[in-house]
Structures are given as structure tokens and as C-alpha cells.
Write a protein that binds this ligand. Structure first.
Ligand SMILES: [Zn+2]
Length: 207
């Protein structure tokens, strides 16, 4: 569970810039609730039990990235807040900050991510996440939870995904922007596969 005094958590909260205070919310999932699909889950809960939906951000940390995901929780008539959406793996509670600045219209909203390390190479992973989101949610696809990609878009998407997992392993093994590239060419990453990443990201913007 992310610590409110953690410097990276403070930075991501600053980025969100909400007037509310971050709070820990218990996770008590409903039997009908689907994994990660918070908005339809809470909508159903409101129909069955009343109350309302509260929009905001769920915050967590992985070894490389500190992340905020746009999220909906349930507020009861008497003001109790509950996260009714199951997670995998299960957690007892989440760190959440309400935010009224983002208008949710059914279109997917990308996570906010910051580098959780001192290694600038992690920023390349963050750029890959942005590019994947861009492709996955282009045009009308933004309104579809899981969309199917075809042709060149699917190819670039797969390449970005596998680049991301190779890069992650490279970082865990001590990889740096100015160290020898993971491919074994003998060139520095920045003069080798970094260029391939740049062209994949450029492609993701061209669709
Ligand atoms: Zn290379």
C-alpha cells in the first residue's frame, strides 16, 4: 500500500492537483462486480442499493513506476466510501483521491505515471505505456473496454509491448541509456534500440 509520506506518491498527488485529501478506502467487492470494471460495477450498485458514484484516482507503486488510475468507488447514503471492484491480486484497501476535474464520458482515461527510480531509462517504459494507450483508444475505440486491433496497428502494438518487457528486464539487470544495448550489438542503447523505439512511438502517433 502506498505511503502518503512517500516522495513519489506526493509528486503524483501534486500532478493530479485535486482539492480533496487522499484517503485509504476498504475494498469489499460485490459478488456481481467484474474485475477492474469499476464504472459499470458502481452503476449497478447504485441501482440496487442507492448511493452514488465517486470519481477519482487509485494510486499505487511498482518497483519502476508510481501510477494513478482513474477509478470509480461507491458512496452510501450516509457518506461511507467503499471500493466494490475486485482486484487481482486482492488488496484490503486502496489509496484514493477524489477528483471532480476530470469529466468521465465513457472514454478510457490514461493512467498518470511517474518514474519511481533514479534511472531515466524508466521514462522510455512510460512512453511505451502512453503509445500503447494511444493505439488502443484511437477514435471510437476509446469507448470500448477491450478493442481488437488489426494489421499495421496490431503489429506496432505487439512490437511496443514486447519492447516494453525486454526493456523492463534490461533495467532490472542494470541497463542504462548510455550502457551497451540489450541486443548485444556493442552500441550504446541510446544509439541502438532507442532509435527503434523512437520510430515505433512515431508510428503510434501516425494512425
Ligand atoms: Zn540494440
Amino acid at each position: 500500500m502506498p505511503d502518503l509520506n512517500d516522495i513519489k506518491v506526493k509528486r503524483i498527488l501534486k500532478k493530479i492537483n485535486s482539492k480533496y485529501e487522499p484517503i485509504y478506502i476498504p475494498v469489499v467487492s460485490e459478488s456481481y462486480a467484474l474485475l477492474n470494471e469499476c464504472f459499470p460495477n458502481v452503476e449497478k450498485k447504485v441501482k440496487l442499493d442507492g448511493g452514488s458514484i465517486v470519481f477519482g484516482w487509485q494510486i499505487w507503486k511498482t518497483p519502476l513506476i508510481c501510477e494513478a488510475e482513474f477509478h470509480g468507488i461507491w458512496k452510501s447514503h450516509d457518506g461511507n466510501l467503499l471500493d466494490i471492484t475486485p482486484k487481482n491480486p486482492h488488496v484490503e484497501s486502496i489509496l484514493f483521491i477524489q477528483d471532480d476535474n476530470v469529466l468521465y464520458n465513457g472514454a478510457q482515461i490514461d493512467n498518470i505515471r511517474i518514474n519511481n527510480t533514479d534511472n531515466p531509462l524508466v521514462n522510455d517504459i512510460i512512453d511505451i505505456h502512453k503509445a500503447l494507450f494511444r493505439i488502443r483508444n484511437k477514435g471510437d475505440r476509446a469507448f470500448v473496454y477491450k478493442s481488437t486491433l488489426k494489421g499495421e496497428e496490431a503489429r506496432v502494438y505487439r512490437n511496443l509491448e514486447s519492447f516494453g518487457s525486454i526493456l523492463q528486464n534490461y533495467i532490472y539487470q542494470g541497463g542504462q541509456i548510455n550502457a551497451h544495448c540489450f541486443c548485444g550489438s556493442g552500441y550504446l542503447y541510446t544509439d541502438c534500440h532507442r532509435r527503434e523505439l523512437d520510430s515505433l512511438i512515431l508510428r503510434s502517433k501516425s494512425f
